[in-house]
Design a protein around this ligand. Sequence first.
Ligand SMILES: [Mg+2]
Length: 273
Amino acid sequence: MNSPLIRAIMLDWAGTTVDHGSMAPVLALQALFAQHEIDLLNEDARRDMGLLKRDHIRAILALPNVRAKWSTLTGQEPGEAQVSVLFEEFGPLQMKIIERHSKLIPGVAETVKNWQDRGIRIGSTTGYTRQMLAPVLAQAAQDGYRPDASVCPDEASAGRPAPWMLMKNAELLDVYPPIACVKIGDTVIDIEEGRNAGMWTIGLTRTGNLIGLSAADWESLSLTEQQQRLRKATETLRSAGADFVAEDLPACNAILAQIEEKLAAGLEPFARV
Ligand SMILES: [Mg+2]
């Protein structure tokens, strides 16, 4: 076939290619705060998902309920020193939990292989540091998913929503302009990152953080409940400015065809300000 108009696809990790429901970061954050006698609510752990984990911990400590609880327990307001302490403790906890929650999401290996066979390069970005991503990357490779590049926030001057990790992937893969690239992720912050880089964006619902369920828990929901959750996640991603929304990675195939049609017609990502 002719060389594709889409030259690269930039994929997020947890909730997009591995770890259905983006469970590992939530369990690790809850274990971290439990060490400090704070019961971290699922929704509070998920609210700022996608940020570099250090930034994410800072955002959680700034939540009024967590801040108040911390102050009551310790007699002082949490500051940057506490963010550092928690981030230090987070690494080992996350490593333990990641190993149990880094399975590939069904369909990912085949879908990505097909894109690569078409000549599309695959980049990836994450909120994990390189140390945290290393075992996930190795497990994914074993299971048949091998992106052509990966960049972690500790390898760029800032994590999401800054576009630098995506820019660095583009440079590593030698692909440009940004409108020839598609960013796919499962959080609001993934969409902001993609928009800031000037790339097309696709938000994922069923496998991601906004629904936040393992494959088994998802299957146990009634059809009505599933539809409601999908609708809510779609609205959130759309409001964040996602050009398109899909249930999972394999469902992005039809969207890529639409993006190629738009590119062929000289159109750029829409919903831009
Ligand atoms: Mg994710």
